[in-house]
Ligand binder design. Structure first.
Ligand code: 5GP
Ligand code: ZN
Length: 115
């Protein structure tokens, strides 16, 4: 936990959020400024600054996040139609919140394909 981190505060409940999934390692909640009808953020409860700061062993929680994405896609019934997962990393990557997070976007034909 990092005192001044907005996502750590969400994990602690100091900032309210609309939770979609929670277990001992992972929290998923709706993005406050959605870019699609479904826009969920998935974060490890451990404060990891970004993909560039992964330590040995962190790959476990990342793999689990992708399994949680599958569960959410099934439950919210967009698994068949499809979805997009994005992790912005660092300044050039457009990362604004410095606590590793994965954007899960769904619910419409998503626009501009960069890659
Ligand atoms: P980034 O640009 O760092 O990849 O994404 C940060 C995301 O966090 C943005 O989509 C932004 O809307 C979202 N966000 C920032 N502050 C809050 C907050 O307090 N609550 C929620 N639910 N989302 C937030
Ligand atoms: Zn944090």
């Amino acid at each position: 936990m990092k005192e001044d981190c907005i996502f750590c505060k969400i994990i602690k409940g100091e900032i309210p959020s609309s939770k979609v999934y929670e277990d001992e390692e992972i929290l998923a909640f709706n993005d406050i400024n959605p870019a699609a009808p479904i826009h969920i953020l998935l974060i490890p409860k451990k404060h990891i600054k970004s993909l560039a700061e992964l330590k040995d062993g962190d790959e476990k929680v990342i793999g689990k996040i992708y399994q949680v994405i599958n569960k959410i896609a099934e439950k919210q019934e967009f698994k068949e139609k499809g979805y997009r997962v994005i992790a912005n990393c660092g300044k050039d990557g457009g990362q604004e919140v410095e606590h590793l997070h994965f954007h899960l976007l769904a619910g419409k034909q998503l626009g501009e394909k960069i890659v």
